[in-house]
Write a protein of this length. Structure first.
Length: 73
């Protein structure tokens, strides 16, 4: 049985004037960044990217990364 992993996703509006409404989504524990239209689009893109990236770890004989704890002020 596979246990779902949880990761912190940091969202930030893009600074590109030609991309209004787009957000960057960064997953610090995996050192991955993607983007999407709106918060929901960015979160969906982050989930898809993390799922694909984690699926490749065993194929590359890489260890599964451990999640980190993020403390926000």
């Amino acid at each position: 049985m596979t246990v779902p992993m949880r990761h912190t996703v940091l969202l930030e509006p893009t600074q590109e004037p030609d991309q209004p409404g787009w957000y960057l989504a960064h997953i610090p524990a995996l050192d991955l960044t993607t983007h999407g239209l709106g918060v929901e689009g960015a979160l969906l893109a982050a989930c898809d990217l993390a799922e694909l990236w984690l699926a490749e770890c065993p194929a590359k004989s890489e260890p599964m990364p451990r999640t980190s704890i993020t403390i926000l002020p």
